[in-house]
Design a protein around this ligand. Sequence first.
Ligand code: FES
Ligand SMILES: [Fe+2]
Length: 439
Amino acid sequence: MATAPALATARPHENYADLVRDDVVHRRVYTDPELFAVEMDRLFGRAWIYAAHESQFPNPFDYCTVPMGRQSIILTRDEHGEIHGLYNRCTHRGATLCAADRGHARKIVCPYHGWAFNQRGDLETVPLPAEYGSGFRKEDWSVRRAARVESYRGFVFVNLSEDGPSLVDYLGHMRSSIDNLVDRAPQGKLEVVPTVLKHSYRANWKMTFENLNDTLHASVAHSASVVASKRVTEEYGGPQNVNATMRMMLANGKNLSAFQETEMVTERYGHSYIGGHIGQGYTAGSTDAYTQALIDFHGAEKARDVLSVDRHLTLLYPSSTWHARYQCVRIVRPVAVDRTEVWGYVFKLPGAPPEVFANALEYCNGSTSGCSPVITDDLEIYERCLKGNGYGDQEWIPMSRGAGASLPPNGKPNRSPATSEIFIRNQFQAWAHFMGEPA
Ligand code: FES
Ligand SMILES: [Fe+2]
């Protein structure tokens, strides 16, 4: 498939914040490869990026590798289980140190000339050390460490910059979505499923963030699956007899007035979530045995509070999407200005009945698999938008639905109808914040 032509390239002294206005954004943010390169440095190099769950590398000497903007980072555990973030680049000649997504190694040994590093990035041994001369000091050639690595309730985030807000400040009110995911575990912990569901598309990474909480598109772009799911549900005697994917497709066909009555919450730094609309009785918290397991762990009052949280997707800008009710987390990985990968992780809740995990798997398959009848609609739309924004004379793209609502001030979450485009304006406010000044 042809790539959309690049528009004007980034200019050295350009103020990129000028590409964002109150209710319009310049189309270059989706199509300009030079601008993409700046995004990788200024946005993905300064924001907190979700990297991995601790259960992906649970033991001392386990590791996993994660893309981080244009870098790749190795998350390691030292002999005490402490977590470190290392640039995945050998300090000798620059070779990538770890190619595997995850593994276990006492030493990180470069596959080129055998320099060996420990889990903190210290260079420990080199072959033929005397031949490097008397001035060679191993301590000068440690692997570079990520500036900040922090865990929030078992979820590891990385920030490549020393400056900026703490992780807790960055997440703000959106921490409550992560809390709800963890609190749904009857033994207080989650376990990641090793298999990752992936899809990719030929368009900009921002399309995913602008689409997932856009409730207006659900009944239009997904109309084929809405019609099919209604017919199947009738044949099977009602929504209680169909699976989570089918219920999601049914919910996409709700009247727009129902979405107008659904709440959207935006938080500074580009985050947002919308209220649940698939239906409380159909979700992962619905089995009696599961409810009892949560009561045993939390007590009745907290168990009721945990199960009463009904949110659809939470978007943690600019890296990930979260669904606590179905224990799914997706990572959005920019590859090029017109190429994006989405990786979906499902979590098991140890101690929960098997149907809870079956529900989560079913939902993640329906929402993240490349063969989902819903995702395929979205991917085609992303590519159509890329093509449309690659030529022609319309430079500015509106994002004004729900105009007049103010963006979240001073870290206080803001509430709007779920049909508003305020969450897109909120994302671009964060984008302009990070992109507006040189690193
Ligand atoms: S490039 Fe790593 S040891 Fe030479
Ligand atoms: Fe969609």
